[in-house]
Ligand binder design. Structure first.
Ligand code: F6R
Length: 243
């Protein structure tokens, strides 16, 4: 795993947006896997700025989602589909046709999961997957103990993760869904380049275990150690427990 330490979150956003821009210059129709949560927002802002400045043509970019809540009504502002449309697809001037994600409101959730894995493969696979990391070391919503070979499937969120995400639901943990669809760790590992961004002291322990700890299902992000092209971008605070 390649580790890049940057001064702050904005610098992390800039460096990853430049990697995405560079990819799009080489491969204009690249499939970019995006994450939600707070951490990646500076990446999307920086990429949007590059596109607006004419630094990169993003018009043929394709975007795909990492995970989705199960059971939020269609169009709920905090569904990850809504978030990705609002934070990534619309600012980049793309239309919905360039965007794919798992269907969190499907009647048959296991079928929707299998379909999403198939769609990703048929789209040629993810070129660059941006990841955040949970305080417990999760990637996507693969919580500790997830199989390192897992495919896209339904998972139950831990109480910790629901508490961490309550801020998006008026601070009310009871509004945070219990279940999610997430790309599996095996699915995530198929992306050609994995880029994990972590900022802030709260992520320092998970980052240290990811990069310097043993490969273990107890720290799902440690699976990055098995990937031939994985980059971890951290600010000084998130790097503070690295040896
Ligand atoms: C979200 C996701 C999660 C988050 C993680 C960190 O799509 O996959 O793994 O990346 O929970 O969230 P933040 O960035 O809000 O701390």
């Amino acid at each position: 795993v390649e580790v890049v330490i940057v001064p702050d979150a904005a610098a992390g956003g800039e460096i990853i947006a430049e990697a995405m821009a560079d990819l799009l210059r080489r491969k204009p129709g690249a499939l970019l896997g995006v994450a939600t949560g707070s951490t990646p927002l500076p990446v999307y802002r920086a990429l949007t700025a590059k596109a607006a400045a004419g630094d990169v043509d993003v018009s043929r970019a394709r975007i795909c989602q990492l995970d989705e809540y199960v059971g939020l009504p269609a169009g709920h502002p905090e569904s990850y589909r809504s978030v990705v449309l609002r934070e990534v697809v619309e600012p980049l001037g793309l239309d919905e046709a360039s965007f794919m994600g798992p269907d969190g409101s499907a009647e048959d959730v296991p079928a929707a999961c299998a379909r999403y894995d198939r769609e990703l493969a048929e789209a040629g696979g993810v070129d660059l997957q941006l990841l955040g990391i949970g305080t417990d070391g999760h990637i996507g919503f693969n919580e500790p103990c997830s199989s390192l070979a897992s495919r896209t499937r339904i998972k139950t969120l831990t109480r910790q993760t629901r508490a961490d995400n309550a801020r998006f639901f008026d601070g009310d943990i009871d509004q945070v869904p219990h279940h999610v669809i997430t790309q599996g760790i095996g699915t995530i590992l198929e992306a050609r380049h994995l880029v994990l961004l972590a900022t802030g002291e709260a992520k320092a322990e998970a980052v240290a275990q990811t990069v310097e700890g043993p490969l273990t299902a107890m720290v799902p992000a440690s699976a990055l150690q098995m990937h031939p092209h994985a980059t971890v971008v951290v600010d000084e605070a998130a790097a503070s427990r690295l040896k």
